[in-house]
Design a protein around this ligand. Structure first.
Ligand SMILES: NC(=O)c1ccc[n+]([C@@H]2O[C@H](COP(=O)([O-])OP(=O)(O)OC[C@H]3O[C@@H](n4cnc5c(N)ncnc54)[C@H](O)[C@@H]3O)[C@@H](O)[C@H]2O)c1
Length: 478
């Protein structure tokens, strides 16, 4: 008999316990109590999950797309019905404040609906031979979009529902089956969102949910010959490793970042300060697109730092249950890592403007001034509530510091001059530039890309449909 807080995996429509008799405990980031446990699956069980998905896929792909869309619409409705329950679970499991956790569920339902609609209009093309020299009008190509097969979807802890559905929904609407591996911390939310999908009428085997230790099933999954495409969001190290395991299958990777805010001389400083604080500190900076460093000209730095300080001092710090803005980090290891970056900067003469206080996994929002390129925090991704200010002498230096990073997810440029905005944006080696706004993913139909060590391939609803299908060409010779 399974205990109430032990969650099963899903294969071929059956929720099951692993024959390993092993489970992995999930510890709450803020109460440090066990929230529940998930199955540590064996490789044989993973095999079964992949084979089951393969069997279900062909029948699913043969259905009219409008029937596939019905499943997604029903899923979105079922998720919305459970917004309170799933919001609570996200909060308990990953420590996101309740209001943001619920918003994540609602946003996910919206993504699923939009994906269904986009899927209905997603179609191939037609070409005629005579546009190529020597070609003939009698040669015509009908180009259809076909599913790739079984998509392996691997998601991170920080948006356990949203980032999972942003992979699952486009895979399903285009006729693929899915093997879904949630982050271990985030797996209960994964179970709950899949329960909602089952309630919506998920065909048996079409999506199988696997959980387990990265060391036992991670590489086994990503190098498995039954997987036809991998879509992954997580840390850069994990993504690099994964791309070496996967062979001859398309891989989309959304990885880490070190997004800068470039505050130009003609910026509206009030707007910049508001956006920077919200961009850097929401969910305690545990966002791939959090603002992770600020570049400001020396002669404006005191004014901007004063404005940032005023805002950071007002951020509420505490428990996600009380809807605090700053909440404990996901685990002790992460908190230790962030503290290490702060300590290194302080040892090298950075100034603590605010913060550098710690209470277990709860780090107070920390604003560091006079950060230099010799400090680790100028380059490494903290995934925590610390914001380094780097004072520079020119706009060129801001651009140089941006492009010197190994990461290239997004950048914010604050300026009131549209010409400057475009000139600078064109020079930044990142996937997306936000002019006069914080760095962030979404709206979810925009393309979302990381360059350099921040990723490979593109997400965003329309783009995901492209990457989860291939062209199938039939040529007619009249
Ligand atoms: N660019 C983006 O879209 C984006 C969005 C959110 C988070 N992130 C990044 O994710 C990181 C934080 O998330 P995390 O701590 O959950 O990342 P992580 O890399 O530790 O884990 C991500 C997922 O990979 C799985 N995994 C671990 N080892 C594996 C292996 N060998 N094979 C296959 N899967 C394996 C984990 O179980 C989890 O499901 C940050 O670096 C952040 O920047 C990026």
């Amino acid at each position: 008999m399974m205990s109430m807080n032990t969650y099963p995996y899903l294969i071929n429509g059956q929720w099951q316990e692993s024959t390993t008799n092993e489970t992995i405990e999930l510890v709450s980031p803020y109460t440090e109590e066990v929230v529940g446990s998930v199955q540590a699956m064996s490789r044989d069980e993973v095999d079964e999950a992949i084979h089951g998905a393969k069997r279900a896929q062909q029948e699913w792909a043969a259905l009219p797309v409008n029937k596939r869309a019905e499943l997604l619409y029903a899923w979105a409705d079922k998720l919305e019905e459970r917004v309170d329950e799933i919001g609570q679970i996200i909060m308990r499991e990953v420590g996101k404040n309740l209001s943001d956790a619920k918003k994540e569920v609602v946003r996910t339902a919206e993504i699923i609906r939009y994906t269904a609609e986009e899927g209905l209009r997603f179609t191939g093309g037609f070409m005629q031979g005579d546009s190529f020299p020597g070609g003939s009008k009698n040669k015509m190509a009908i180009i259809k979009k076909e599913a790739l097969g079984v998509v392996l979807a691997i998601s991170p802890f920080n948006y356990p529902v949203n980032l999972a559905a942003a992979k699952i929904a486009p895979a399903l609407i285009t006729g693929n089956a899915v093997v879904f591996k949630p982050a271990t911390q985030g797996a209960i939310s994964g179970v709950k969102m899949v329960e909602a999908l089952q309630d919506a009428g998920l065909p048996s085997g079409l999506l199988n949910l696997v959980t387990g230790r990265g060391s036992v099933i991670g590489d086994y999954l990503t190098s498995h010959p039954g997987i036809d495409m991998i879509t992954f969001t997580g840390g850069t190290g994990t993504g690099q490793h994964l791309s070496q395991q996967a062979s001859m299958v398309p891989v989309v990777l959304e990885l880490g970042g070190k997004d800068p805010a470039l505050v130009l001389e003609d910026a509206d400083l009030t707007l910049a300060a508001d956006q920077i604080v919200s961009g850097a500190f929401s969910y305690s900076g545990q966002r791939c697109t959090a603002i992770k460093r600020v570049f400001v000209l020396e002669h404006q730095a005191d004014e901007l730092v004063g404005m940032l300080k005023e805002r950071v001092e007002k951020l509420s710090v505490g428990s996600p249950v009380d809807n605090s803005f700053i909440v404990p980090l996901i685990d002790k290891k992460s908190a230790d890592y962030v503290q290490g970056l702060i300590d290194d900067a302080v040892n090298k003469q950075a100034t603590v403007v605010h913060g550098n206080e710690r209470d277990g996994n709860l780090l107070h929002p920390t604003l560091l001034d006079h950060v230099t390129r010799e400090m680790r925090v100028a380059w490494e991704e903290p995934f925590g509530p610390v914001l380094p200010i780097i004072r520079v002498s020119s706009l060129d230096e801001m651009i140089e510091l941006t492009n010197e990073s190994e990461f290239g997810l997004q950048a914010s440029v604050f300026t009131q001059n549209v010409n400057n905005a475009f000139t600078v944006a064109d020079k930044l080696d990142v996937g997306t530039v936000q002019v006069n706004g914080r760095t962030e993913r979404g709206p979810d139909h925009f393309p979302f890309i990381g360059v350099k060590q921040s990723g490979l391939g593109v997400q965003g609803i329309g783009r995901s449909l492209e990457t989860m299908t291939r062209d199938k060409v039939t040529v007619i010779n009249l």
